[in-house]
Ligand binder design. Structure first.
Ligand code: ADP
Ligand code: MG
Length: 338
């Protein structure tokens, strides 16, 4: 009897799911990113019990063809890249083809989808096993309902924290996705109550108002900067409007929300000594660069990325913010000197 054997697909998917799907907020992130990639202009999210009982994401994007529905749930199944060359020229948020397979491996998933031309399809998958697939209505777009997350992986369920914590994480990620995409109207409901709503008119300051409040958004400065490799733009708060954590700084690279300590530090450095100790600004920083300059394939959740010219980008950020802040200060100073 050989001692080495390949894991069953079900088991290997459950293991893989652990890398992508840590908690309810990861499901929300992956599903909403799929809706964004599908060119939706509206994305509505409904939650029950902070996502543990139910997460539903409804979009009006391009939908999935009937013949592609079963494939969409297979591990490493994607419509977004085909060759190694594509891997270094990624224009979509997804490309690893892991999300739907991972979510379906650890939950009860119903997908209903229709493309512009085709009839709709409805599929029900539980713990990675396709239960049923049939024809459905033809409203263009996709609705995915994820129930009983981690029902078959109790060890993972144990790591899910209180509803307040999990809901907080979901709101946080939806905020960032909405800030990265002011052209999309987002809504987030928890136990049928509206938690967040953005207009989707394409105006970043308006989206900021929807998330941080009108007064805060109005007090923020817009900025723009560029060098040979990078284009940056966005909004940041004046040194008198700060928060006690770095969580209100959102960095987007080519429309993807990312985390990067050095770039965050570079933004803060732009304020020089104007910030009080332990206080951090509110900012949304959009960075555009050639996809070749950023490797988004270093981590399964793609929130950490590798940048080839990080120092150069950090300098551009610091200098642009510094210059913008001092141009703002010139006016009161000039008045003062009269
Ligand atoms: P990835 O996003 O990395 O391609 P996923 O597992 O998230 O992998 O999704 C698999 C495929 O299913 C996608 O490539 C896409 O073709 C399709 N898909 C998933 N969600 C949607 C959606 N909301 N609208 C349209 N197509 C979708
Ligand atoms: Mg995806």
């Amino acid at each position: 009897m050989p001692k080495i054997h390949q894991l069953s697909p079900t088991l290997s998917n459950q293991i893989a799911a652990g890398e992508v799907i840590e908690r309810p907020a990861s499901v929300v992130k992956e599903l909403v990113e799929n809706s964004i990639d599908a060119k939706s202009s509206q994305v509505d999210i409904n939650l029950k019990d902070a996502g543990v009982t139910m997460i539903q994401v409804l979009d009006n994007g391009m939908g999935i063809d009937e013949e592609d529905v079963p494939t969409a749930f297979l591990p490493h199944a994607t419509s977004k890249i085909l060759t190694v060359k594509d891997l270094f020229n990624v224009h979509s948020l997804g490309f690893r083809g892991e999300a739907l397979a991972s979510i379906a491996a650890v939950a009860d998933v119903t997908l209903e989808s229709a493309t512009e031309s085709g009839l709709g399809t409805i599929a029900h998958i539980v713990g990675g096993k396709m239960q049923n697939i049939e024809k459905a209505g033809s409203r263009k777009g996709t609705q995915i309902t994820v129930r009983d997350l981690f029902f078959n992986t109790p060890a993972r369920l144990k790591y899910v924290k209180s509803q307040a914590t999990e809901l907080g994480k979901i709101v946080d990620i939806v905020n960032r996705l909405a800030l990265a995409h002011p052209e999309i109207a987002f809504s987030l409901r928890h136990q049928d109550k509206m938690v967040l709503k953005t207009a989707g008119h394409g105006d970043l300051q308006q989206t900021l108002a929807g998330i941080y409040g009108v007064a805060t958004a109005k007090g923020m400065l817009s900025f723009q900067g560029e060098d040979d490799d990078f284009k940056i733009s966005g909004y940041f708060s004046l040194p008198d409007t700060t928060r006690a954590s770095r969580n209100y700084l959102s960095l987007m690279i080519n429309g993807r929300y990312i985390k990067n300590y050095q770039l965050t530090k570079a933004i803060i450095a732009g304020y020089g000594s104007k910030l009080m100790v332990g206080r951090y600004p509110i900012a949304v920083v959009n960075i555009e660069m050639a996809p070749l300059l950023v490797d988004v394939n270093v981590h399964p959740t793609k929130q950490e990325v590798r940048l080839s010219k990080e120092d150069q980008l950090a300098r551009l950020l610091t200098q642009t913010i510094k210059a913008r802040l001092s141009s703002e200060n010139l006016i009161p100073e000039a008045l003062h000197n009269l």
